[in-house]
Design a protein around this ligand. Structure first.
Ligand SMILES: *Cc1c(COP(=O)(O)O)cnc(C)c1O
Length: 400
């Protein structure tokens, strides 16, 4: 018989009762170090006192009112994001896929309002992940995810990652923009080289295209800067955010320059829950922490510590680990073909460490931004033991 909870996931047999910082306890009392953070989402760790207090206080006042009225918490959160980023204006929604849908709508509207409704095609990249709605499945372009769901939504073309010739060759009179994750997350923690992002900005300027960044996973301090594109010294025209922006409370956002945002006039886009008092209070609490002086410097510092330790781990386990890739606190362990990331993930769980698998046989670490060097030491010890668990069989398979 089918489970009451629809079986769309292959869930690990772990149920958590409570969390604190980077740690989680199961209902049967086992303790785990959480280097998955609910897939790069619980940016402040579990039960962060400031976030918990803010949500509880706001919930007791007013939770939801709709966008028929002004929402001061949303106005404040938008103003803070504008002050801290390239953006001039922000639209709040509830998830990454919804933010991306709105971002693509904004790009299409921009060209339509400028007299070019035929320019609605986005250039996307092989290995991308943009979400699970019908249009974002097409933007993702993964055949496995698309199968069985009817014809793909029009207007998304895919070219190889980090290939400017392919990008240039794909541009024509119906191209509206380029959509890219600064670091492909689900696709395998694959960073776009800084030079590539800079070239994309240039080609967009050259052809009047909009650069649309999907920073759902890479943003909100995960890379060590508030937004990952800051490392490249470029600005997008429009960007999506979700995951870490609410610290675990559902919140998404479209951040845009005025030339894009001004076309989303009343009635052009909307969402019932989006930008409500509760979610935006959570968003403000997250910003209180992340924008506090020195916090992002601390993320960069602990990330460097983690990277050094991961490089040593990789050097110590050449039969298991091929290389370390990613940026900041989004780190991928690319494994040898003889070891599957699922096996490695299970071995880590057996040692008490939670991680997330990603594409291309990568084991992803996306710890909360509040981790300490001691947390890193503990995680590395667990990964070291997990690698040793796997080494005999890996060595055997390699010898075959
Ligand atoms: C997770 C993710 C999404 C989808 O976000 P949802 O909140 O699951 O809809 C989109 N883009 C990227 C880069 C993501 O990592």
């Amino acid at each position: 018989m089918i489970p009451a909870l629809m079986p769309t996931y292959n869930r690990a047999d772990l149920a958590f009762e409570r969390g604190e910082g980077a740690r989680l306890w199961t209902v049967d009392g086992r303790r785990f170090l959480d280097f998955g953070a609910g897939i790069a989402t619980t940016s402040l760790g579990h039960s962060h006192p400031h976030l918990v207090k803010t949500i509880a206080e706001q919930a007791a006042k007013v939770m939801h009112v709709s966008n028929l009225y002004r929402v001061p918490q949303a106005e404040q959160l938008a103003a803070r994001h504008v002050a801290a980023s390239f953006a001039d204006s922000v639209f709040f929604c509830n998830s990454g896929a919804e933010a991306n849908e709105g971002m693509v709508k904004a790009v299409r509207k921009y060209h339509a309002e400028n007299g070019h409704p035929e320019r609605f095609h986005m250039i996307c990249f092989e290995g991308a992940f943009h979400g699970r709605t019908l249009a974002m499945l097409s933007a993702t372009g993964n055949e496995k995810y698309l199968a069985g769901f009817g014809p793909p939504v029009q207007g998304f073309e895919h070219v190889p990652f980090d290939n400017m010739n392919a990008v240039r060759a794909a541009i024509n009179s119906s191209t509206a923009g380029i959509m890219i994750e600064p670091i492909q997350g689900e696709g395998g923690v694959r960073p776009a080289p800084i030079r590539f992002l800079q070239e994309l900005r240039k080609v967009c300027d050259e052809y009047g295209l909009l650069l649309a960044l999907d920073e759902v996973q890479t943003g909100m301090g995960r890379s060590g800067k508030l937004w990952a594109h800051e490392w490249a010294g470029i600005e997008p025209d429009v960007m999506s955010s979700a995951k870490g922006i609410g610290g675990g409370f559902p919140l998404g956002a479209i951040l845009a320059k005025e030339h894009v945002a001004k076309h989303l006039k009343p009635g052009t886009h909307g969402t019932t829950y989006g930008g409500g008092p509760l979610a935006c209070s959570a968003g403000n609490a997250v910003l209180d922490v992340i924008l506090a002086p020195g916090f992002l410097d601390g993320v960069e510092k602990v990330a460097r510590y983690l990277w050094n330790a991961m490089e040593s781990l990789a050097a110590n386990h050449p039969a298991v680990v091929e290389r370390v890739q990613g940026a900041g606190l989004l780190v991928g362990l690319k494994l040898k073909p003889e070891v599957s990331n699922g096996e490695m993930q299970s071995a880590a769980v057996a040692e008490g460490l939670l991680t997330v698998a990603a594409g291309m046989n990568v084991l992803r670490l996306a710890p909360p931004l509040i981790i300490t060097e001691a947390d890193v030491d503990e995680a590395i010890e667990m990964l070291d033991r997990a690698c040793r668990r796997l080494t005999p069989s890996a060595a055997k398979a390699a010898a075959k």
